[in-house]
Design a binder for this molecule. Structure first.
Ligand SMILES: Nc1ncnc2c1ncn2[C@@H]1O[C@H](COP(=O)(O)OP(=O)(O)OP(=O)(O)O)[C@@H](O)[C@H]1O
Ligand SMILES: [Mg+2]
Length: 129
């Protein structure tokens, strides 16, 4: 039997969850503003992103579009100015220093694009992570 309008309304109200609530990585209206010597640079201007577990994603864009800024936020190296950023249930804006350390040690792996930092040519991609 088809549900009545009031049943559908009740269902819609019940299922009203936060944006990306069940996603592995979620950014909601993420903002990162750099302030240097009185000059403000808006590197991320309200970014929304949802990535599920097991999903493989490449972030592409022009130089200066904010790719590194986003990765720095998601890897726990940088704190965004405003918005929501959550990875594996961890709120990246509300973490204590101790939580941040634990997150960087055991939740995320990050390989830089320059060999001078931590990209070791004699290791596989997995070993590098
Ligand atoms: N530490 C910083 N202080 C001030 N501005 C910054 C800082 N880091 C990045 N920016 C600025 O923020 C914007 C985004 O830079 P970001 O490095 O995230 O871009 P990108 O997409 O990674 O570029 P590329 O492809 O060149 O690596 C640019 O305008 C950049 O000049
Ligand atoms: Mg970059």
């Amino acid at each position: 039997m088809n549900p009545t309008l009031s049943e559908l309304e009740a269902k819609a109200t019940r299922e009203k969850t936060a944006f990306g609530a069940d996603a592995h990585i979620v950014c909601d209206n993420l903002v990162r503003i750099y302030k240097t010597e009185g000059v403000e640079v808006v590197a991320l201007q309200g970014l929304d992103l949802v990535i599920d577990k097991g999903e493989l994603v490449a972030i592409v864009g022009a130089s200066g579009s904010g790719k590194s800024t986003l990765l720095n936020v998601l890897s726990g190296l940088d704190v965004p100015t405003a918005g929501v950023a959550r990875v594996a249930g961890t709120d990246l804006l509300a973490m204590t220093a101790k939580d941040r350390l634990r997150y960087r040690r055991s939740v995320v792996g990050f390989i830089w694009q320059q060999t001078a930092r931590n990209l070791l040519p004699y290791l596989t991609a997995r070993e590098n992570v």
